[in-house]
Design a protein around this ligand. Sequence first.
Ligand code: GLY
Length: 366
Amino acid sequence: MSRVTVELANNGYDVLVEPDAITSAGSLLQPFLKNNRAFIITDENVAAALLKELEASLASCGVSVATHVLPAGESTKSWQHLETLSDFLLNKGVERSDTLLALGGGVIGDLTGFVASILKRGCNFIQIPTTLLAQVDSSVGGKTAINSKAGKNLIGAFKQPDFVLIDPNVLDSLPDRELRAGYAEVIKYGLINDADFFAWCEGNSSKLLQRDAEALTYAITKSVAAKAAIVADDEKELTGIRALLNLGHTFGHALEAETGYSSKLVHGEGVAAGIALAFHYSVRRGHCDGVDVQRITEHLKQSELPYSLKSANIRASGETLVGHMLHDKKMSGGTLPFLLANGIGETFLAQDVDLNDVTEFLDQAD
Ligand code: GLY
C-alpha cells in the first residue's frame, strides 16, 4: 500500500494506491462520509465490472448508497448530463456535507467533480479512478470540466477531491489499448523531470503492460507523487510549473483534433505521438540531443504507442495541424506556450515559439 499526500494550503488530500482497495472501500471511505451515506456516479461499462463490489463494501459498513449510472463515452461530459446528474442528486436530497463517489475514468471523474463544485455551491467528492490514465492523471489535481460546442473541457472549475482511492487491480479488465494509452502519461512524468523513472519505465514496461500488480503500483505511485509535487507548487496553473504536465499535449491535441477526437487516436496515443514531436522539435531548436529522441522513440515503439505522424496515421499538412493548435485554450495574446526539453527529464516551458517554424517542422516530420 502507498499513500501520497497532495500538499495544498487549504484543501490538501491523500491518494491511496492499494491492490484490491475496492473490496475494502467501505472502511477506507467511511471516515469521509459525514452522513454515513454516499452517492455513486459511474458509467454502464464500469458499473457492470465494479459497482456491485463497491456497493457491497459500503453496505457492509452500514453506508447507505444512491447510484446514478451514465452512458459510457466522451459525450457524457455534456450540459445534458450535467443537468440529469444534478437533478438526480437534488431529487435524492443531497446536502452540502454529502460526498459524491466518482467511480470511472476521466469522463466520470471530470463530470462528477464539476457537479461537486457547483451543487449547493460545493459538496464533497472522492475519486475512484478505473483507467490507468485517470489513475495517474485526471483523478489528481482538481481539474474538472464538461465539453461544449466550442471545444473540450472549456466549461469547468478547479475542485480538489477529498480523497483518491486507486486500486491497480481494477485495470485487469481494461482493454489493452486503453492501458497502453494511459501508459503514455506514465512515461510523461519521467520525461518531465525524472530521468531515473524514465529508465525504470524502459526496464519494466513489459511487466507493467502485462498488468503485474507490483509494477503497476510502483508506476502509479511514482506518477501520482510527481503530479502531486507539481500541483502543490502551482495548483491553479498560474506560474507555468503546472503547465509542465502538458508535455506532448499541444502537438497531441492537434493530432486528436485532426481525427475529430475519434477512436482513430485516443487521448493517450495523441500524447505519445505529441511527446515524440515535442522532443524532435526540441532537437530542431538545438535544445536536445538526438540520442534522447531515439531512446524515446524506441520505448514508444516497444510499448506499441504512436511515435510519429505516420505511426499515428496523420497525413495532414503543417498548416492544418497548426490551425488546430490555434483553438488550444492555452493560446494567449496570439501565441502558444510549448513544452520543450533540454533532454530526458529536463522539460521546460518555451514562450517564444514561432508557429511558422512549427508549420515547417510538421511539414518535414515523418
Ligand atoms: N492534466 C494536466 C493537469 O492536470 O494539469
